[in-house]
Design a protein. Structure first.
Length: 124
């Protein structure tokens, strides 16, 4: 049996850490949890929604540009339609607001590097 008790950090690859940090903090409103040098040329950067247990590490891509990836990461919000409209107003590349009977409303969005995330309305 494992002694694992949770998820702390999930890494996403970014072309430019400063630009990515600006998007996550200034555009999405996440907080910077850590921004520390780990070598003369690398930094360890973690961002997260305020109050979240898990964070996202913005790791530099190995090549010239990271490959776009569907992260599978789902963020929760109290009102998906309101968040969808707010993200659109802030210039975030959002997908359609999806609604199905018996399923919480949700939508996708992409960061500037093409990493895809999802926003799902929290069940009551």
């Amino acid at each position: 049996m494992t002694t694992i008790t949770g998820v702390r950090t999930i890494a996403v690859s970014v072309a430019n850490q400063d630009e990515a940090l600006g998007f996550y903090v200034d555009t999405l409103g996440f907080e910077t949890r850590r921004d520390a040098p780990i070598s003369p040329t690398l930094r360890w950067i973690e961002v997260a929604p305020a109050g979240a247990n898990a964070s996202i590490a913005l790791t530099p891509s190995a090549g010239a540009a990271p490959e776009s990836v569907d992260t599978g990461i789902r963020f929760t919000v109290p009102d998906a339609a309101a968040e969808h409209a707010s993200m659109q107003e802030r210039g975030v590349n959002v997908g359609d607001l999806l609604t199905w009977a018996g399923v919480p409303p949700m939508f996708s969005f992409d960061d500037p590097d093409g990493n895809r995330f999802y926003v799902v309305e929290a069940a009551e």
